[in-house]
Write a new protein. Sequence first.
Length: 167
Amino acid sequence: REMMEQAMSEIQTILVPVDVSRESKAAAERALTIARETGSRVRLLHALSFPASAIELGVRHELYDEFRGSERARFARFCEDLDGQGVELISSFVERDPAEAIDEAARESDTHLIVMGSHNRRGLERFVMGSVAEQMLESSRAALLVVREDTTAAREPIRSILLTTDF
């Protein structure tokens, strides 16, 4: 317990990648819960990636501009919903590949923990959509907490941690 408390006290910035889904809302709530306990700040990051294939196929720039504006507005509302909880919130909206944006944001700041939601996709959907969380597990230098809980559970303190090992 002492080691855990020491590790938690060293967290300065918690990075939360956001896709404005209920899963990312739960991850943000979990990050806020941890931040209140550790005195950390939370950085919300929304990385918008418009498929290159759509651009190559001639999707009008007006459509992309409308999509960009819509996503910015959704992200702003997402951030507003989380504000006022006694935690310093920093928000960033970037246009690039989500995994690359997360990796760069984690390196730029003093990020010690990344908290992200999982859509828990399976089968063909996972093959087609990929998993940003899985990519981060492979590439992240910061600790990664993948949240698979609802927003109500995410507001509760973590009571126990299961550590598995192969010795």
